[in-house]
Design a protein around this ligand. Structure first.
Ligand code: ZN
Length: 247
């Protein structure tokens, strides 16, 4: 059975001389794997369309429990040669986030939309990259069912106080008076309102805010630690990203 799908290549593995095994993030079916043969000619559409970070229109054929790429036409290829290494590393981390957190064989429109938007803003270059990282981390962890509870203090229900704390283990929020033990991190008012914005805004607004650069760095440390605590996953691309100094 043949069908078409628009998909982002989130992992590629070369097989032999001219074939690739692709991991694709699709809107209708979430993550699927597909073989692409004959991608050796690096000038061919098939080569460009099946590279990591390509968003392409695929004609796929289902054969047994595998998919084969029959035709592919690139729609947009993110980060060609010559781009900034820090941004390239972050885009690879976005792919790994999707790989670990997006479902298989299940509708995943919001995951795809999130990753495509983040890649778009990252390559456009007009937003702080720590902010883009924070938005992507917090939104994807919320889409995966681990949304933190940031409406108000877990103890007394207050909306904000001078000092609040975020529990990395269960995503709960505590004020200074109510806080008990646990894996608590202080969270500033700016960080809290940024996280509320990302979680509670309609999708097309989640990138529309700004914070001072030093706050963006603290914010993404918080979203990163929350995501890693919740998933208990070691993201190799994140370690690589963090090893590259900012320019
Ligand atoms: Zn309280």
């Amino acid at each position: 059975m043949k069908f078409s799908a628009e998909a982002l290549v989130i992992r590629e593995k070369n097989i032999g001389e001219s074939d690739r095994l692709l991991t694709l993030l699709t809107k209708e079916q979430g993550i699927i794997k597909a073989f692409a043969s004959g991608v050796k000619n690096y000038k061919s559409k098939k080569s460009a369309g099946t590279s990591l970070l390509s968003f392409s229109s695929f004609l796929l054929e289902e054969k047994g429990d595998t998919y084969r790429v029959r035709e592919v036409s690139p729609i947009r290829v993110f980060f060609g040669a010559g781009d900034n290494i820090k941004k390239l590393a972050l885009s690879q981390y976005f792919c790994e986030l999707a790989l670990v957190l997006a479902p298989m064989d299940t509708e995943s429109a919001e995951f795809l939309r999130l990753i495509l938007n983040s890649l778009h803003f990252l390559s456009a270059g007009d937003k702080n990259i720590n902010l883009l990282k924070a938005v992507t981390e917090l939104k994807i962890i919320a889409l995966s069912g681990y949304s933190p509870e940031l409406v108000s203090c877990e103890g007394c229900g207050c909306f904000e106080s001078d000092m609040m704390y975020f529990n990395l283990s269960d995503g709960s929020l505590w004020c200074d008076k109510c806080k008990t033990g646990g894996n608590l991190r202080p969270i500033s008012k700016t960080e809290l309102s940024a996280m509320r914005h990302i979680l509670f805004s309609p999708f097309d607004k989640i990138y529309n805010f700004s914070v001072p650069d030093e706050c963006a760095a603290a914010l993404t440390k918080l979203t990163e630690d929350y995501l890693v605590t919740q998933t208990e996953h070691k993201f190799a691309t994140l370690d690589f990203y963090n090893s590259i100094p900012e320019d």
